[in-house]
Design a protein around this ligand. Structure first.
Ligand SMILES: [Zn+2]
Length: 429
């Protein structure tokens, strides 16, 4: 049966518009987009979805997620991660390779895609490792990984320390159409650090990770991209200095793109003051001036993408002393309300926000998405921007409850997710 989504405001991040539109979904695709009300008299055999007072957006695409399977199924699985994703409004997730085994072979990429097909909730795009075992020594077989279904490469969780290896990765990635994603960290500066190096780390007596640890590597990747002309994407930008380097690189026409995560524009290092291990991630929460720079970078388009860096851990793993806790927080189910906060602050318009959450990451990965047009796959989310609620651990679909936003009052939520014309998530408000 065809589906009619009526009465909502359609956000088009490509044409930069928000308009009242009805969408007719037939099979896997958007068959028609017409002005509001055009279908209501006609359609006799339609399932109707009332989207009044809501926004219809192209399904969100998260290009930086840790699904933990294979190997760390006690933290998350492809099934629970996908459920968390569709609950949050995401119709596609790109999963990082730091699993066990590492996704450094076509067989592991194939396993992930096989599980994703069984789970059958959202689209899963594997990011394979740049180096064997993510050890930074020898390149993986990019062609084999691409043929197995990888859309990008990254050693995320660790930097690629050897310049020559990164240069080769960028060259091969370019020739094979794989996005090359850099986790920027100078380990000699960050080693032993557990939070941002600054006034708070000094007061708490915790070892800091200086902003320069990230920024030096951002500079290195920019100079490699400049020298070779091969594109590079900078993961999880957290500092004002990184934003500034990327801004200048873009002005100079260097092929660099960048992402940040909602926690870097929503929280600063003061969140660590209670030794809350759910405020521990890498890169760490930075200073208030960094938060302002990230927001400005998003507003000006210096930062292309909002990705969650969803990194689930078990309660037992996080429920230890701050120094011993693993890095990372969950993010799939709070990305929408936190990004809506930027819209309310006037930092991003609706189309700009949705572009950073859908069209831009899809384009970077070379996958479909982010384009709400007739004939496009019906990957959609319906958002209620006014719904107010308190974030609760037990409401989260992810296995990981390690969120610093638990207990926060939020406004705005995803109420329906459709993937390829199939409703995979609905929330009763
Ligand atoms: Zn990373």
């Amino acid at each position: 049966m065809a589906i009619l989504i009526h009465g909502g405001k359609l956000v088009d991040p490509v044409r930069n518009r928000v308009e009242e539109r009805d969408l007719l979904i037939e099979g896997e695709r958007i068959a028609k987009i017409l002005p509001s009300g055009a279908f209501l008299e006609a359609g006799p055999r339609l399932k109707k979805i009332d989207a009044r007072n809501r926004l219809v957006v192209p399904g969100l695409v998260d290009m930086h997620v840790h699904l933990r399977e294979p190997g760390y199924e006690h933290k998350e699985t492809i099934a629970t991660g996908s459920l968390s994703g569709v609950a949050g409004g995401f119709t596609a997730l790109a999963c990082m390779p730091n699993t066990n085994p590492v996704n450094d072979r076509g067989a592991v990429t194939g396993f992930i895609l096989g599980r994703a097909k069984e789970v059958n909730l959202c689209r899963i795009y594997p990011i394979a490792a740049i180096s064997r075992g993510q050890r930074g020594e020898t390149l993986t077989d990019f062609d084999e990984l691409r043929r197995a279904g990888a859309v990008g490469v990254s050693d995320d969780g660790r930097p690629v320390e050897k310049r020559e290896l990164m240069r080769q990765a960028m060259e091969l990635g370019r020739s094979l159409g794989l996005a090359v994603i850099s986790h920027c960290e100078d380990l000699s500066l960050s080693e032993g650090g557990v939070m941002h190096e600054g006034a708070v780390s000094a007061r708490l007596g915790l070892r800091g990770i200086p902003a320069a640890s990230e920024e030096l590597m951002v500079r290195r990747e920019i100079s490699l991209a400049q020298e070779t002309g091969f594109p590079v994407h900078i993961a999880h930008v957290s500092t004002a200095g990184s934003v500034e380097w990327i801004r200048r690189a873009k002005e100079d026409g260097i092929p660099v793109t960048a992402e940040t995560a909602p926690h870097y524009f929503s929280l600063d290092h003061r969140a660590v003051e209670e030794y809350n291990t759910c405020a521990k991630m890498n890169p760490p929460l930075r200073g208030p001036e960094d938060v302002e720079a990230i927001k400005k970078g998003l507003a000006e388009g210096v930062i292309d993408v909002i990705a969650t860096d969803h990194a689930p851990h078990s309660q037992a793993e996080k429920n230890v002393a701050f120094e011993s806790a693993p890095f990372g927080i969950v993010g799939l189910e709070t990305a929408v309300p936190l990004t809506l906060g930027l819209i309310r602050e006037g930092i991003l318009s609706w189309p700009e926000a949705v572009r950073r959450l859908s069209y831009a990451p899809a384009t970077l990965l070379g996958v479909a998405g982010g384009v709400p047009a007739e004939g496009a796959a019906a990957d959609l989310a319906i958002l209620d921007p006014e719904y107010s609620y308190v974030v609760k651990a037990e409401g989260m679909r992810s296995k990981g409850k390690n969120s610093p936003f638990i207990g926060w009052s939020m406004k705005g939520i995803n109420v329906m997710t459709m993937v390829g014309g199939r409703i995979v998530w609905e929330r009763e408000l």
